[in-house]
Design a protein around this ligand. Sequence first.
Ligand SMILES: C[S@@+](CC[C@H](N)C(=O)[O-])C[C@H]1O[C@@H](n2cnc3c(N)ncnc32)[C@H](O)[C@@H]1O
Length: 252
Amino acid sequence: MFNDRRTRIVPAGSPVGSGMVAARRVPPVGHHGAWEGVIPIAATSWTYAEEFIAEDDVLAAARASAEEVGVVPVKTGVGAALRFLASVLDARAVVEVGTGTGVSGLWLLRGMRPDGVLTTIDIEAEHQRLARQTFNDAGIPTQRARTIPGSALEVMPRLTDGHYDLVFCDGDKHEYGAYLDAALRLLRPGGVVAFDNALWHDRVADPAQRDAETVAIRDLGKRIAESEALVPALLPVGDGLLVAKKLWVPED
Ligand SMILES: C[S@@+](CC[C@H](N)C(=O)[O-])C[C@H]1O[C@@H](n2cnc3c(N)ncnc32)[C@H](O)[C@@H]1O
């Protein structure tokens, strides 16, 4: 479960097997000063943080069905962060791209207002059937989860602009840039967009990795970090959760 994290914290040049030091190979986006490294964090602390909020039997079952159909759900730390975001936003309306079997969706629903509605999009109808099962098993009223089958880039333009508190993206990594454009239209001012896999198995921080998915995620990070219309943060939970708040921009 925490293989990604263990890989990330063992740095090049550290004593093999010590597992004690966290290190990044490149400075973060926008870093211009002297590079002084990062605070060493032990593997036990990363694991402790990821497991800090426990998952229940419904989420365990959703993870099991994800494995059966070959879907990779969000890690527990990401789920907890999503529930937290939905809660602090007092979210009434959330869009999710990449329903899977409902792991992230259930975390989101549990953070939203009791009458809040999750609109979740997936190109695979079978995944959404399994997600509806997850929501049902968790006692979520059916009207709170609107599952829309289809390609995200075809469905998102049909949703109401400026209506949503939170947009969570976990679909096709090649499309992350286009998801950002669509999400910024859908969000109300003060709303938040979030992307899973922002570190993409340690590939994003390694400039030698140039495959299309890694480049798309890296470009997205750069764009979000440099935007004056957003307040961004890259949270080192799970495989990385990139979040950004949409600022209110006064009209001319
Ligand atoms: C990583 S899984 C999502 C896992 C889910 N967020 C969870 O934590 O349970 C990615 C999902 O995105 C869906 N997907 C892939 N490409 C898509 C696209 N272009 N539009 C909509 N969904 C897509 C896949 O079918 C898959 O179910």
